[in-house]
Design a protein around this ligand. Structure first.
Ligand SMILES: Nc1ncnc2c1ncn2[C@@H]1O[C@H](COP(=O)(O)OP(=O)(O)O)[C@@H](O)[C@H]1O
Ligand SMILES: Cc1cn([C@H]2C[C@H](O)[C@@H](COP(=O)(O)OP(=O)(O)O)O2)c(=O)[nH]c1=O
Length: 200
């Protein structure tokens, strides 16, 4: 099973990935936790490429080339083997972040994003996406309290609202919208119980 956690910066993805992973492990499930674009250190050079994506003034097409290079290695060397080995793989961000950020946020061509995903990654999609929906101002408050704002974190509320609304257009049976203003434990339990239902 392949699960992704999505949302704008500061909505609680990192916290939820860890909490849900712990709940599943305690329940005896074999899990593997990773993230994009940092790949949780499993692809060591991804951090260097992320530094370019976030801190250099590059075209959105260049962002897409770099993000897809990371994703290709991450899928081939980490995610796909872990799924094959029977793990529930939880990934903090994946293709839906690319659609929300590079298309809805920065105006990149949606067809190009989908074509690249199809041709490079065989159109692999998560079995389920948990989208943590949070008011932009609340997300920004959470980021500033965390105290490690990146250049992307400092983008305008207008851009973050475009991304949030972009995510909301992706709703379907395998794209679950979660109210991220609830407490960490409440959200983790909602996601955990939904995963257990889907495993039945
Ligand atoms: N449900 C929540 N309620 C209140 N604060 C939260 C909640 N989830 C996360 N936080 C806090 O908000 C900040 C950002 O959370 P984080 O999990 O790092 O988000 P993201 O990975 O989406 O950027 C952290 O300081 C975290 O402890
Ligand atoms: C996966 C992905 C991330 N990003 C952005 C979102 C984040 O602002 C940034 C870096 O991710 P990261 O530093 O891991 O941020 P966070 O912990 O808040 O998720 O990369 C994209 O723009 N497109 C993508 O496809």
């Amino acid at each position: 099973m392949f699960i992704t956690i999505e949302g704008i910066d500061g909505c609680g993805k990192t916290s939820q990935s860890i909490l849900v992973n712990d709940l599943l492990k305690k329940n005896g499930k074999k899990t593997f936790l990773t993230s994009e674009p940092r790949c949780s250190g499993f692809i060591p050079w991804a951090e260097n490429v992320l530094d370019i994506i976030i801190n250099q003034d590059i075209d959105v097409k260049t962002q897409l080339i770099l993000l897809n290079a990371i994703r290709y290695e991450h899928l081939q060397k980490i995610i796909l083997p872990k799924i094959k080995d029977g793990n529930i793989v939880i990934c903090d961000r994946f293709i839906h972040s690319t659609i929300a950020y590079q298309h809805y946020g920065f105006g990149g061509d949606l067809d190009l994003i989908l074509d690249l995903h199809n041709k490079l990654h065989n159109n692999i999609m998560p079995d389920v996406v948990y989208f943590l929906d949070l008011d932009v101002q609340e997300a920004k408050k959470r980021i500033s309290s965390r105290g490690d704002e990146s250049r992307f974190d400092k983008m305008s509320n207008e851009i973050f609202n475009k991304m949030r609304n972009g995510f909301l257009t992706m709703k379907n049976d395998s794209f679950v919208i979660i109210d991220a203003s609830k407490s960490k434990d409440e959200i983790a339990n909602i996601i955990f119980n939904d995963i257990l239902q889907r495993l039945k």
